[in-house]
Design a protein around this ligand. Structure first.
Ligand code: KG4
Ligand code: ZN
Length: 358
């Protein structure tokens, strides 16, 4: 079964053809990073216009690279949210047109479900149930993944996403945008335990995140450092980058281990742009060594936004005979349980259990 997956949720125009929900035949991503670079972040209007320019050639290239035509496809899956409304609209309405003209089944996909299922594009996959951490410029959440389509959100960021904090701190440190990879590179020469930037654990049982405090703390520290304040004179830019990175990584790793402990799962998967971070991977390796836990990552090209992960999610929907209503619109906010009545019921049951209610 061949599914075309399309994602235009933020600043990447992407399309891919995936066979049987696990075998990518192509994956094309047209990144807009250079376009948004001078502004230090994604400009929604520019993103929509760029998607409009790129969507047709990106889909054509995905078909060409997979050596298939529309006639060979069994369905189309497109991201309908969460994301930038103008950007999502380009993907949704193009996909609607393609499905109609080629008489193909069409399903609307939650972008975060795509990130969670991106691990099934790899040879090594976790066993259900597992814990998923989606950690990118827009999201930082932990899920208990019980099966395809059965997700319980266990925690989420209350303010900045982890990737957003990397980007904001990179700006403070003058390392450019996007900042995650630049901070990781700078941090390699620095001492990660030099400056004790705050870790927001938000209580012993909480699986929520907060990264705005650490960002503010770095900003205040850099002000003192630039003014040559006592005790900061021997500190290097690399030390600040390494100490900040360690603070973020510490929280991400500890919360995932806590989620695994709470749910009793053995497998953890980490997806989204921040999952590329080498220090995060080292820490997971160190912390899980010898305690029967396994950590899985999609390849870097599937960690960041891509159409292949949307095709994986779409495959399971289409197999399940789900179809998009013709009136379906995009959703800038889109809690994962809204798409699945079953997940919604599970989330409610989970909340009742946590509150000790019958
Ligand atoms: O998933 P993604 O490509 O786009 C979305 O935000 O949806 O993630 C991009 C984010 C950016 O915030 C970027 O700074 C961060 O991922 N990132 C990293 C690294 N590479 C990308 N953060 C930390 N370390 C990295 N090596
Ligand atoms: Zn994403």
């Amino acid at each position: 079964m061949l599914i075309l997956g399309i994602d235009t949720s933020c600043d990447d125009t992407s399309a891919a053809v995936v066979e049987n929900g696990c075998h990518p035949l192509s994956s094309i991503v047209n990144s807009q990073v250079k376009l948004h670079h001078p502004y230090g972040g994604v400009v929604p209007e520019l993103a929509s216009r760029e998607h409009l320019r790129n969507i047709v050639p990106v889909v054509e290239e995905a078909l060409n690279q997979a050596s298939v035509t529309f006639a060979d496809l069994d369905g189309i899956a497109v991201t309908i949210g969460p994301g930038l409304v103008g950007a999502l609209l380009v993907g949704l309405y193009y996909a609607k047109g393609l499905a109609k003209t080629n008489q193909l089944p069409l399903v609307g996909i939650n972008h975060l479900e795509g990130h969670i299922l991106s691990i099934f594009l790899e040879k090594e996959t976790p066993s259900f149930p597992f814990v998923a951490l989606t950690v990118s410029g827009g999201h930082t959440s932990i899920y208990h993944v019980q099966d395809y389509g059965r997700y319980i959100q266990m925690g989420q960021t209350l303010d900045d996403a982890a990737g957003e904090s990397f980007d904001k701190v990179a700006k403070i440190l003058g390392l450019g945008y996007p900042g995650g990879a630049a901070i990781e590179k700078e941090a390699r020469e620095g001492k990660s335990d030099l400056i004790p930037f705050p870790r927001a654990f938000l209580g012993p049982e909480s699986l929520d995140f907060s990264f705005s405090g650490v960002k503010t703390s770095v900003a205040l520290y850099v002000k003192d450092w630039k003014n040559g304040k006592k005790d900061t004179t021997d500190v290097t830019l690399a030390d600040i980058a390494a100490s900040f990175q360690e603070a973020v990584v510490d929280v991400l790793v500890q919360k995932c281990l806590k989620a695994a402990q709470k749910t009793g799962v053995r497998d953890i998967m980490v997806a989204g742009g921040v999952a590329c971070n080498g220090r995060l991977r080292d820490r997971f390796l160190n912390e899980t060594r010898g305690n029967d836990l396994r950590v899985f990552y999609p390849a870097a090209r599937y960690c960041t936004d891509n159409g292949a992960m949307i095709a994986v999610a779409g495959y399971h929907r289409i197999l399940n005979n789900e179809r998009m209503e013709s009136s379906q619109d995009v959703r800038s906010k889109f809690p994962i349980q809204d798409l699945h009545p079953l997940s919604h019921a599970l989330a409610e049951e989970d909340a009742r259990n946590r509150n000790g209610m019958p």
